[in-house]
Design a binder for this molecule. Structure first.
Ligand code: AMP
Length: 357
């Protein structure tokens, strides 16, 4: 190891905004590379606190606590998109924030995200801004009566989404407020896939091969690597993801979720400038995981070429299939990850199993 790299990682602390499972897995990889973590989350039962050297348990808007994060961190990252932008701007004056705020701005708002991606010449589902009930009817006429109404902000795991079929609008009229919704045409997809891109400070790009994602009720249930598809489609998916990462000046990692439609065209669904559930297979199947890649970029460590040791099916553990942990713990190619959440709830992500072959 070059001397300068040792210097980059000695006595260093990574500040992490968000103490969920993604924060926890970032902290685990940071720790493996000798980097301490200071984890900030309003929930005192945050799973990542199990792995933190320093804990800040406060709302994201408290200046005193934000100053404590600055004091205790050399660099800062975030594990989820909905950190108030004012808090990030405050932190930004004193510490670098990775993978950057430009990507975050777009990923926080589905309307800005879709406009940005389509302006790059990349296909997205047809979309319309919704300010009121009349807008929904207008859009439905253009979309032949089938669509998904989504909140522009704060939606995740299918939350804030309403499927509309045959012009039947669910009973949500009272909730339609100005600038809060977007409507999207329904994509008839053959497969859902995602690509995770690593981009370094000097703009060097590397990316994981695409993997297939299976959702149920808007929640990711399985990711399968490798994706069964032609080389042409895989390369196209990677090119799209790399173009997005470059255009957003990402420094760290970004996940790009896409649909492959019936004509083998690729349509981008959404982006997430952070580790992503659909990249958890990289922890056990590759020489470097999405979490390690993020930590390496932040602390100026080299990114090796990605090597794939295994095929992998990643199965999410939620409250409704929690029992599979017991069986998997006795199977040698099932690698069990349990997040240590305080409560078991049906639609809550509690862990995952990487089934290697
Ligand atoms: P999202 O939160 O936007 O990622 O949506 C969650 C899931 O809903 C996606 O992974 C898809 O399975 C489905 N979905 C979202 N938008 C569309 C769309 N425009 N057409 C078809 N399916 C969609």
């Amino acid at each position: 190891m070059k001397k300068s790299i040792i210097k980059n990682i000695t006595n260093k602390t990574l500040g992490i905004l968000g103490g969920g499972q993604l924060g926890k897995m970032i902290a685990q990889e940071a720790s493996r590379l000798g980097i301490r973590t200071c984890i900030y989350d309003p929930n005192k039962k945050s799973p990542a606190f199990q792995n933190a050297n320093i804990i800040i348990n406060d709302v994201y808007t408290n200046k005193t606590s934000l100053k404590r994060l600055i004091k205790n961190s050399d660099k800062i990252t975030y594990e989820f998109e909905n950190i108030p932008i004012e808090s990030l701007n405050f932190l930004k004056k004193n510490r670098q924030i990775y993978p950057g705020l430009r990507a975050l701005k777009y990923s926080q708002d589905r309307l800005l995200e879709k406009r940005f991606i389509s302006n790059l010449g990349i296909s997205v589902a047809p979309f319309y801004k919704i300010n009121n009930f009349i807008d929904i009817n207008k859009a439905l006429r253009k979309l032949n009566g089938s669509a998904i109404l989504k909140t522009r902000k704060l939606g995740y795991d299918g939350k804030g989404q309403y499927l509309i079929k045959n012009n039947k609008i669910p009973n949500i009229q009272t909730k339609i407020e100005k600038n809060k919704y977007i409507i999207e045409g329904l994509i008839k997809f053959k497969k859902e896939i995602s690509v995770i891109v690593i981009r370094t400070k000097d703009g060097k790009l590397e990316c994981f091969e695409p993997a297939e994602n299976k959702h149920k009720n808007g929640i990711l249930r399985e990711t399968i690597f490798p994706l069964e598809s032609s080389m042409k489609i895989k390369n196209k998916a990677k090119d799209i993801a790399l173009k997005i990462a470059n255009s957003l000046n990402v420094v760290g990692i970004i996940a790009v979720e896409m649909f492959i439609n019936e004509n083998n065209e690729i349509i981008v669904n959404e982006i997430a400038p952070r580790p992503h559930n659909s990249g958890h297979w990289t922890i056990n199947a590759c020489n470097i995981s999405q979490f390690e890649a993020l930590v390496r970029v932040i602390f100026d460590m080299p990114i090796p070429k990605i090597k794939y040791y295994h095929s992998c099916k990643m199965v999410n553990i939620l409250g409704d299939n929690y029992g599979i942990i017991e069986k998997s713990l006795s199977i040698r190619n099932h690698i069990v990850h349990i997040y240590g959440k305080d409560e078991i709830k049906n639609s809550r992500k509690l862990g995952h199993i990487n089934i290697l072959s």
